[in-house]
Design a protein around this ligand. Structure first.
Ligand SMILES: [Zn+2]
Length: 279
């Protein structure tokens, strides 16, 4: 879809499963199970949504998905049932991972950054986007390199180090305009170094809040995943982002929604109405 100076394309990289309680936090199961019914292990399905932006001859990817460089144990842990669809989707736009110039990583959890690494035919791990700068907040890199007992299962630390070894890593601190009209900003909340992406050309504005608002259900303020390290920060950021959407017309992207990938918000009696924007 053409969006101002940008061409934007939504990509569903894969799906995974997570404990429903982990996804909806303090919200009781009796409520969330109505809109996202869990399986017999209490797991709910989520999509892994990415965004491809084409601008000024550059191909920019927001997040990299979970990828295919997972052990059998990791596949089981994340409920991965098939291979990543990224290469297939890129080929529909006549692109390969080698054509990606910039990968903007909201954070380094496995479902967002596992896909920066691929397995070669001889099972060697290599960068999946060998020609891309991978932009990460400095704080997030520190967190991923030194995870603790609570966070270690969500970071593929040794895989991520390959980016540094191959000199494909670019660390930023706070706010940065990485391409014309594309800004990154540190949000905290989900992780200390979590970042949102703001894509703007005149009146055409897309906000990618990452895991601060992962699905349309998380538009409600107290719907905060229990995996968030700083849930009150998540709530504050969410309020700020929702105000931007209602005051300034930002289109909101959802990185884990099963149906709506990008939506326009409208305040309605009793809640927020989301209109799907297909791209
Ligand atoms: Zn996520």
């Amino acid at each position: 879809m053409k969006f101002g100076n940008f061409e934007i394309l939504s990509i569903v990289e894969n799906s995974f499963k997570i404990d429903g309680g982990a996804m909806y936090g303090v919200v009781p199961k009796i409520i969330w199970q109505k809109f996202n019914p869990p399986d017999h292990n209490n797991l709910v399905k989520l999509d892994i949504n990415l965004l491809l932006i084409k601008t000024d001859g550059e191909n920019i990817l927001i997040d990299a998905g979970i990828g295919d460089a997972l052990s059998e144990r990791q596949k089981k842990m994340f409920g991965i049932e098939k291979r990543s669809d990224l290469e297939k989707k890129l080929s529909e736009y006549r692109l390969t991972p080698e054509d990606i110039h910039l990968v903007l990583l909201t954070h380094l959890h496995a479902d967002h950054a596992g896909g920066v690494i691929k397995l070669d035919k001889d099972e060697t791990k290599r960068p999946r986007f060998p020609n891309a700068r991978h932009v990460v907040q400095f704080k997030e890199w520190e967190e991923a390199m030194h995870p603790d007992e609570r966070t270690s299962a969500t970071y593929f630390t040794s895989n991520l180090k390959i980016l540094e070894e191959e000199k494909l890593l670019e660390l930023i601190d706070g706010e940065d305009e990485v391409a014309t009209g594309i800004k990154l900003t540190n949000t905290g909340g989900h992780t200390p170094g979590h970042q949102a992406v703001l894509i703007e050309d005149g009146d055409n504005k897309i906000l990618w809040p990452g895991d601060i608002i992962p699905s349309t259900h998380h538009l409600r303020i107290p719907y905060v995943a229990s995996v968030d390290l700083f849930p009150r920060e998540t709530m504050e950021q969410k309020k700020k982002f929702l105000k931007m959407c209602s005051d300034d017309g930002w289109v909101l992207a959802f990185d884990h929604d099963l149906k709506v990938k990008l939506g326009k918000l409208e305040e309605k009696e009793g809640g927020i109405k989301v209109t799907d924007i297909f791209c």
